[in-house]
Design a protein around this ligand. Structure first.
Ligand SMILES: N[C@@H](CCC(=O)N[C@@H](CS)C(=O)NCC(=O)O)C(=O)O
Length: 202
């Protein structure tokens, strides 16, 4: 198995943490998705990472599908609960955390355009999603020790990847000051080796 991805990518990080937490061996090939000769479109028509290439050549994307696949590859340390309501609650957390990143990525793409082409209304719209996403994460987490249920799940992984990426890409965003409970949980997760070993960098 081979994972195509990049170190700054929060979605790649989610899969790398799943692999590490589940102790699944997998090669990691770092790619530049933006390069003209990127190998990614040959594996994923959407041209995005992460992509998991299986030993038989089949490819899996996106990060949510890969995470679910890996969780069933090994029964050790299940990250997605089997019971329907619990599973859906964890997947909803993942959708919320991933969607908050999506809004941040759209802001970054917009701000990378020539100044005269940038839309402040579009950035404000995405900022609204980002702020509301964080507020919902804070409301849902409350004072609980885990995002969902009594232990570590994929919800915590998605949560940690979102806040780690915001810290990396939006250092002036004061999510710690606005939502101290997010900081409390993020700091606890950051001590896990799978998180410490995958901190985003350029
Ligand atoms: N929903 C996808 C999102 C993947 C994604 O947006 N990846 C970014 C890197 S973080 C990417 O490859 N962007 C390149 C592009 O949009 O062309 C997932 O969960 O894997």
């Amino acid at each position: 198995m081979k994972l195509l991805g990049s170190v700054p990518s929060p979605f790649t990080r989610k899969v790398r943490i799943v692999l590490a937490e589940k102790r699944v061996e997998c090669a990691f090939e770092q790619v530049d998705v933006m390069a003209a000769d990127s190998p990614v479109p040959a594996h994923n028509p959407l041209g995005k990472v992460p992509v998991l290439v299986l030993d038989d050549g089949a490819t899996l994307y996106d990060s949510r599908v890969i995470a679910e696949f890996l969780d069933t590859v090994s029964p050790k340390g299940r990250l997605i609960p089997e019971e329907n309501r619990d599973r859906i609650a964890v997947r909803r957390w993942e959708a919320l955390a991933d969607g908050t990143i999506d809004a941040g990525i759209l802001i970054r793409y917009e701000q990378a355009r020539e100044a005269k082409l940038q839309s402040t209304a579009w950035v404000a719209r995405q900022n609204g999603k980002l702020e509301r996403g964080l507020a919902e994460m804070a409301r849902d987490l409350g004072e609980k020790p885990w995002c969902h249920g009594n232990g570590f799940t994929l919800a915590d992984i998605a949560f940690g990847c979102t806040l780690g990426w915001l810290t990396f890409r939006f250092p002036s965003l004061d999510w710690r000051g606005q939502h101290p409970n997010l900081a409390r949980h993020f700091d606890k997760l950051s001590e896990r080796p799978a998180f410490a070993d995958t901190v985003p960098s350029v």
